[in-house]
Design a protein around this ligand. Structure first.
Ligand code: BDP
Length: 655
């Protein structure tokens, strides 16, 4: 549903608020977030003014409640629902929980307390302030311009920022970094004389309990401060960061802190001064500490100008090689932000070994909601199953903690997929990725299918349509397996990339094969894959604890879906599935396209149940998805037919 101001209410359409809007509500408590709650309730009730009589639902702020700063207790008995929270944020999350429950919020049920498993649930916006000549307004953005920035400044009209904050709070997100991790030129000034622009955005986000973070350049003391060094051990540099942090907090009292990409893809960092990344993170952490702020220091550090002829350098190893030895050296308010996989958000990667290796460092796990390598919001690719697999992975084996548990020190971060597009995410179905990310950050072991159901109920209000079950099952059918479908028609068995260089959309079978970025598949006439074993390869497999170091070490024990990430094997190698690698490649590429065609067909049958404009947008995008999927199938299959000379056992036509 698109509201009067043209803002799509996504998972908070008016229909979803009806359950609470028709009830008598009492709110006990004061404070800014409680005012937000009051406004929400008034909106749900159509501004009709408080309904008279005994309350059906009470929102009660109770400092003695054992709910923590963001949790709430829900009591449903004797026809009365009560949401109790120790702090206002908990009441607001309780409100959105009641919205999710719909009618069930008002039926008797055992008391439940909900607390977020992770205290930091942050989105990173890769939004440029000035339009970048190559990357545009939003780096890897597929949803129009930035929600925050336009014409080189903070947007004056912030209605959408507020509407966005509301959606984020409704799925549990509580922090936003508002600018790109790649800080370009004078954009660094946001930190100093332009901080009031950040403060204006923070003001809107704060209405819904979201803390604002800012990406900063490690070279800021030089670029902005005029110093001749950014050496983290230099006292002038230390003072400069302190002053900058003081200044930020003077303008934004609930400011979250900084995100830093250093010594990565051309960004400046401590290596230039012979210092470690702990030294680099700590000087900034110290500046933030008096204010309770945090620095999120990214672990995405690797050599992107390596010699492609050197087969011993392995980009997958880099983060662990740089950071494992620094465990225990980071300040308490420094968080190491680690991408979930060792490479770069491919459709399939193993879980980064860094996550399990730093027992004395606060680790945040970084996901990518923006679909850089997963169809760029032109393909349907629901990522919740992938993320859920990552969060449930146990780096130390069956008895060890899950990634979701290990992230409790630093939280869960996602690169946002939202922008100024009327549907927020370009592809209307990509909204599910944003929603699911927030819900998984709140509860990492949530069932992705349940989240899909929740999102469907909220966003599409099936009960208000002529055929609720057809709508539900149709949406399930197009989204549930969409990640596997995408994987089937793109790079096989964990080998990754094979995309067009630069923009990363569409097939580029040898796109990065002879480039310095370190993203190779090593396909030749005999076989394919990267030998990352300890015995004969790059040694990456040995970065894992047992049992994974053993599981990944040999082709026999390695799971099929990661085989080519860890091993170089002949095309005739037989997978656990019983198929050869080459036949698997052919079969999955045909199947993937067939599945996408089937999904397109299902979507067409929903035309009478979905708002026309939304339906049309998705239908149009399916045309592009199918064109692209066929291109992937044909290029990948032809490539491997030509390399291997082995025909398809199914006798299908390969171009
Ligand atoms: C890669 C993107 C690049 C980002 C980089 C990062 O291609 O645009 O700057 O990650 O995470 O996925 O810093």
């Amino acid at each position: 549903m698109t509201g009067p101001s043209g803002i799509d209410h996504a998972w908070l359409p008016d229909a979803a608020l009806r359950g609470i809007g028709s009830r008598r509500v009492t709110i006990e408590g004061d404070g800014p977030l409680v005012d937000t709650l009051r406004a929400e309730v008034a909106y749900a009730q159509g501004n009709a003014g408080a309904l008279q009589g005994d309350a059906d639902i009470v929102f009660r702020l109770d400092g003695d409640a054992d709910t923590g700063p963001e949790g709430f207790t829900l009591t449903r008995s004797g026809g009365r629902t009560t949401v109790t929270a120790a702090a206002p944020a908990g009441l607001l999350y309780g409100f959105f929980h009641v919205v999710r429950l719909g009618a069930a919020a008002f039926t008797d049920a055992p008391e439940q307390t909900h607390r977020p498993a992770l205290s930091r649930r942050m989105l990173n916006h890769w939004d440029n302030i000035d339009v970048h000549p190559v990357m545009g307004q939003v780096e890897r953005g597929y949803a129009g311009g930035s929600l925050f920035w336009e014409d080189g400044r903070a947007r004056g009209d912030r209605d959408r920022v507020r509407a966005y904050a509301r959606l984020l709070a409704a799925c549990g997100i509580n922090a936003v970094c508002v600018n790109n991790v790649n800080v370009h030129g004078t954009e660094a000034r946001l930190l100093t004389d332009r901080i009031s622009e950040v403060a204006a955005i923070a003001g809107e986000l704060g209405e819904y309990g979201l803390r604002t973070f800012l990406s900063v350049s490690f070279a800021a003391p030089v670029v902005l401060g005029g110093l001749d060094t950014a050496d983290p051990l230099d006292d002038r540099v230390r003072d400069w960061w302190r002053t900058a942090a003081d200044h930020a907090y003077a303008h934004i009292p609930d400011f979250g802190g900084f995100v830093v990409k250093a010594d990565s893809e051309g960004q400046p960092g401590p290596f230039a001064y012979g210092r470690s990344h702990a030294d680099g993170a700590n000087v900034i952490a110290d500046a933030l500490a008096p204010h309770g702020g945090t620095v999120h220091w990214r672990a995405f550090v690797y050599n992107h100008v390596q010699d492609w002829r050197d087969r011993t350098t392995d980009r997958a190893r880099a983060a662990y090689d740089h950071f494992a030895a620094l465990d225990g050296q980071f300040k308490d308010n420094a968080v190491l932000q680690v991408k979930h996989g060792p490479m770069d958000f491919q459709v399939r990667e193993p879980v980064s070994p860094v996550i399990g290796a730093l027992s004395r460092t606060r680790v945040a796990v970084e996901l990518q909601a923006t679909q850089e390598y997963t169809g760029q919001q032109r393909h349907v690719c629901a990522l919740a199953p992938m993320w859920s697999g990552v969060l449930g992975f146990r780096p130390e084996g069956e008895d060890g903690a899950t990634v979701g548990q290990l992230a409790d020190g630093g939280g869960l971060v996602a690169v946002s997929n939202a922008g100024a597009d009327p549907y927020w995410t370009g592809h209307p179905l990509a909204q599910f990725n944003l929603y699911a990310y927030g819900r998984l950050a709140w509860q990492p072991d949530a069932d992705p299918q349940q989240l899909l159901h929740e999102w469907t109920e909220l966003t599409f209000s099936p009960e208000e349509t002529a055929d609720p079950e057809r709508l539900r099952s149709g949406l399930r059918a197009v989204l549930r397996g969409s990640w596997e479908t995408y994987e089937k028609y793109t790079a096989p068995l964990g080998v990754g990339f094979m995309v067009q260089p630069g923009h990363h959309y569409g097939p580029g079978v040898d796109g990065y094969e002879y480039s310095p970025w370190g993203t190779y598949h090593f396909a030749d006439r005999d076989g394919i894959g990267v030998d990352r074993s300890r015995a004969t390869g790059t040694g990456y497999a040995a970065q894992y604890a047992k049992p994974w170091s053993q599981t990944y070490e040999t082709p026999e024990s390695c799971p099929d879906e990661l085989l080519l990430f860890f091993h170089h094997v002949p095309y005739g190698h037989v997978l656990h599935s019983g198929k050869t690698v080459i036949q698997h490649i052919y079969d999955t590429h045909f199947e993937g396209v067939e599945e996408a065609e089937a999904a397109q067909g299902v979507w067409a049958t929903l035309a009478d149940l979905v708002a026309p404009a939304r339906h049309a947008r998705v239908a149009e995008l399916y045309e592009e998805q199918l064109r692209s999927a066929r291109e992937w199938r044909d290029q990948v299959n032809s490539y491997f037919l030509r390399k291997s000379g082995i025909p398809d056992a199914g006798g299908r036509r390969i171009y």
